[in-house]
Design a binder for this molecule. Structure first.
Ligand code: B3K
Ligand code: ZN
Length: 850
């Protein structure tokens, strides 16, 4: 990264060197105590043949070294804040160390920490070095044996259970793994148990471990786990490889979940669900995260990353796999639409601002800052493009070869691309640029038609990004279809490969000028620059056979309506009429029609304006979006109540795709209806709701029109005891607040007795919601910026990882007006000038200011 390179702590991809030793076995003993846990390690090192001589260095942070021995003899290593070096024998040797650590004082939630009386670990990316001295890098893989000593009743680690008795338990993981996959859990926990028989007939004991009181909320995660295990066998031929699979739910966790071998640790928000406490979106998220972590067993654990620059090797691929899984379970078209909308409103923002970086970054100061939407979501898009280019069979062959060739290894992006080249014979040299060039490509589309020949001219450009002033043309798969003016498809989906800066594609023998359906299925993560007429968009909304592009046509019309509202023009009445026809078509699933009814995000509007050289005003954008909603509500007075009725699901709650789809349609209609019925339906729904989806949707609709105070109070009284539900209570008020009161609401909530700021979920429920309310956050007085900066500085002292992540709320500052830019710059400088600022947050702020 251009700006990161100035920092002396910068790590570079080009500097990779292998670790000179291999490890023949690791034995760890934990004597657990809140303020002084003793960790004894015994590690057998063997020099690698032909390795460059190098000093023996082990990572270690915040450890108190009690003693160290080599082959049984006491040694005195040279210890620094980053680790230790020591004289070692020329041949193989056994390293032993005793260290003491303080789990109770560990507010970073990295390494071994206590969460409400429960011991747990988070080691990815570099947390293991906070547990003991070790070569804490993913390319050092070893077999671990662990002994835990504690009076707590449940003692868990990776692999298969070994001997256990009062006060101790042993675990052995037969699969060599890097230290970042190590895990330990100890606490008073209850298990929700089940079992699974793999395709070769191997029985596996499954358990989800939770605090007493939560055991009734595990059934859905367990169902999701079994479905994932079966899916990976069917879709990828991948079978589970241990006797047990454990999942533990933890309340204090920096992210969603972690794929530790055989012992996945989850944020409780990604496990626990019951109809009255979890929404449909929560159920879907749990299903997807359980699957994602399970799929990592092969893509991440059996085959891991050589170094952290290769992170997308496991994350992009595993996101791609979990998206396929969700598509298979819940409908591919709708899943694709959700993913593309998310990419456009969140990853594009990253890709087009100061935090832009390639899918494979070339340098970093703090690796935790690179668990990003680019590495994950764009990384998954890159794999989707690859699959489209080589076809389904080519993809399967390449994946089979990947698992065969690299099982047990720490691999690279080069290894990954080579299996595709070897399996399919395709040269991927140019395609590889997707991993090294940051930024979202723009593709300009021009069309012409003459004498039966239709010509498409595509031009690609890739704007400069930090550290990358000039770029080369990429391989962009552009899926197109052509429709006749009567709506018939004359050219079915064809993938054009755009490889040059500018390229023409011709289609001959067309009796009439066709209508273009381009970038079908969102075949590449690019922005289209295209002058399609309103008539064409309406035509595609009515006729396109591609589910994604049919939705996209509706979005195009919605964007035009938003523009009209922004410019103070009246919204064309034809828009609602074209929507009406599609929304009435009951051959289309309710879930799909709900996506048709959804409007683009305010972020998308802001990005589009900025791209055209304008200065987006978040408050004006908010009001334009609101005007558009009101326009729709007034234009479809007959249809919206009908959709609302159609979406009512009788009987007990179920998160099955059909029921979820119907509720999503009803609730999309409800949000619009509330704008014209003064919230009457929402109030009634809130009062009658017997599940959280209906309650939350009703409450959100009320808050969006500035109502709902009474309902919020009822909600609080009912759910004050439930942490996950209270997170919703916090988030809803801030996220749905009217712009003029959003900051004051957030500020008031930080003084609420239940605002436990050290709990990442709770912190995010206020500040994630504030930054997700652009018009509120970008309050022209700068009050939102000040509030967030104050809290980031505070949080940084306890949990730098979370503080750094949350700081990206400021990343769009360069596209704002001068006054707002000045206000944000002042806050960023104030953060940067804070004494003792973490490496995490200082890197983020440095990149944003640069
Ligand atoms: N691999 C973890 C993420 C670890 C983040 C470290 N800061 C979860 C996942 O992607 O599945
Ligand atoms: Zn992952």
């Amino acid at each position: 990264m251009a700006d990161g390179t100035a920092d002396p702590r910068t790590i570079h991809l080009k500097d990779y060197t292998p670790f000179p030793w291999s490890i023949d076995g690791v034995e760890l003993t934990f004597a657990l105590a809140p303020r002084g846990t003793r960790v004894t390690s015994r590690i057998r090192f063997r020099p690698n043949e032909g390795a460059q001589p190098a000093p023996f260095f082990l990572h270690g942070e915040d450890l108190r070294l009690v003693e160290a021995r080599i082959d049984g003899r006491a040694v005195t290593p040279a210890v620094t804040p980053e680790g230790l070096t020591c004289e070692v024998p020329a041949g193989a040797f056994t390293w032993e160390a005793v260290v003491e650590i303080d789990p109770e004082d560990n507010t970073r939630l990295e390494g071994l920490y206590l969460s409400r009386g429960m011991y747990c670990t988070q080691c990815e990316a570099e947390g293991f070095r906070r547990i003991t001295y070790y070569p804490d890098r993913p390319d050092v893989m070893a077999v671990f044996t662990v002994r835990i000593e504690s009076d707590l009743p449940v003692l868990l680690s990776n692999g298969n259970p070994g001997p256990s008795g009062p006060g101790f338990a042993e675990w052995h993981d037969p699969w060599p793994k890097p230290s970042y996959l190590f895990a330990l859990v100890a606490g008073e926990l209850l298990a929700h148990r089940d079992s699974f028989t793999t395709m070769s007939g191997r029985p596996v004991d499954l358990a989800i471990w939770v605090r007493p009181g939560d055991e009734g909320k595990c059934a859905w995660a367990m169902e999701s786990l079994k479905t994932s295990m079966r899916w990976d066998e069917t879709a990828y031929g991948r079978e589970y490889d241990l006797d047990v699979f454990n999942i533990v739910a933890v309340d204090d966790f920096n992210m969603g979940a972690m794929e530790n071998k055989g012992l996945n640790i989850f944020n409780s928000s990604a496990v626990l669900a019951s109809p009255d406490t979890a929404t449909d979106a929560n159920y879907e998220r749990i299903e997807a995260i359980v699957a994602h972590e399970y799929f990592h067993n092969w893509t991440g654990n059996r085959i891991t990353c050589r170094d952290w620059f290769q992170l997308s090797l496991k994350e992009g691929l595993t996101v791609f796999r979990d998206a396929q899984f969700t598509g298979d379970l819940r409908g591919r078209g709708v899943k694709r639409i959700h993913d593309a909308a998310f990419l456009r409103s969140a990853q594009f923002r990253e890709d087009n601002g100061p935090l832009a970086h390639p899918v494979r970054p070339e340098s970093f100061v703090e690796i935790n800052n690179f668990y990003t939407l680019t590495v994950y979501e764009k990384g998954a898009e890159v794999i989707g493009m690859l699959r489209r280019l080589v076809g389904e069979d080519g993809y399967r062959k390449a994946l089979d070869l990947y698992f065969e060739r690299h099982d047990g290894q720490a691999a690279t992006i080069e290894d990954w691309l080579r299996v595709f080249e070897d399996a399919t014979g395709r040269d991927l040299a140019q395609f590889k640029l997707w991993y090294s060039q940051a930024g979202t490509p723009r593709v300009r589309v021009e069309e012409s038609y003459e004498n039966g020949t239709y010509r498409l001219d595509l031009t690609q450009t890739l704007p400069p990004s930090p550290g990358q002033p000039g770029k080369q043309p990429m391989v962009i798969p552009v899926a197109v279809g052509l429709l006749n003016p009567n709506g018939d498809e004359v050219v079915p989906t064809t993938v054009l490969e755009l490889t040059e800066p500018r390229q023409s594609f011709t289609f001959k023998g067309l009796a009439a000028r066709p209508v273009l359906s381009i970038l079908r299925d969102f075949s590449a993560p690019v922005m289209l620059d295209r002058q399609a007429s309103e008539g064409e968009a309406a035509f595609l909304l009515a006729h396109d056979t591609d589910e994604f592009n049919r939705w996209e046509a509706g979005q195009t019309l919605a964007r035009r309506a938003i523009r009209a509202a922004l410019d103070g023009r009246s919204i064309d009445a034809a828009w609602a009429e074209s929507l009406r026809a599609v929304l009435r078509d009951t051959t289309l699933s309710p879930a799909y029609r709900a996506t048709i009814l959804a409007r683009p995000s305010q972020e998308e509007t802001a990005q589009a304006l900025f791209d055209e050289g304008q200065t987006p005003d978040p408050v004006a954008i908010f009001h334009a979006h609101e005007a558009v909603d009101l326009h729709l509500a007034r234009s479809l007075p007959d249809l919206l109540p009908a959709l609302f009725e159609e979406g009512q699901v009788p009987g007990p709650y179920s998160p099955d795709p059909d029921a979820v789809g119907r509720r999503s349609l009803a609730n999309a209609a409800l949000a619009l209806l509330s704008r014209v019925d003064d919230g009457a339906r929402a109030r009634a729904q809130f009062a009658a709701a017997d599940n959280m989806t209906q309650s939350v949707a009703a409450l959100a609709s009320l808050l969006a029109i500035g109502k709902g105070a009474e309902e919020l109070r009822i909600f609080h009284d009912r759910w004050g005891h439930d942490r996950l539900v209270m997170d919703k209570w916090f988030a809803l008020q801030v996220g749905q607040a009217r712009p003029e009161v959003a900051v004051a609401t957030a500020e008031r909530l930080t003084r609420h007795p239940a605002f436990d700021w050290k709990n990442p979920n709770r912190f995010r429920s206020v500040f994630g919601a504030l930054s997700g309310n652009p018009a509120g956050f970008h309050d022209p007085t700068g009050a939102g910026y000040r509030l967030l900066a104050d809290w980031l500085i505070r949080l940084d002292g306890a949990n730098p990882l979370s503080a750094a992540r949350m700081s990206s709320a400021f990343s769009t500052w360069r596209r704002l007006d001068a006054a707002r830019q000045g206000l944000i710059a002042a806050e960023l400088q104030r953060i940067q000038a804070t004494p003792g600022l973490s490496r995490d947050l200082s890197e983020m702020v440095g990149r944003m200011i640069a």
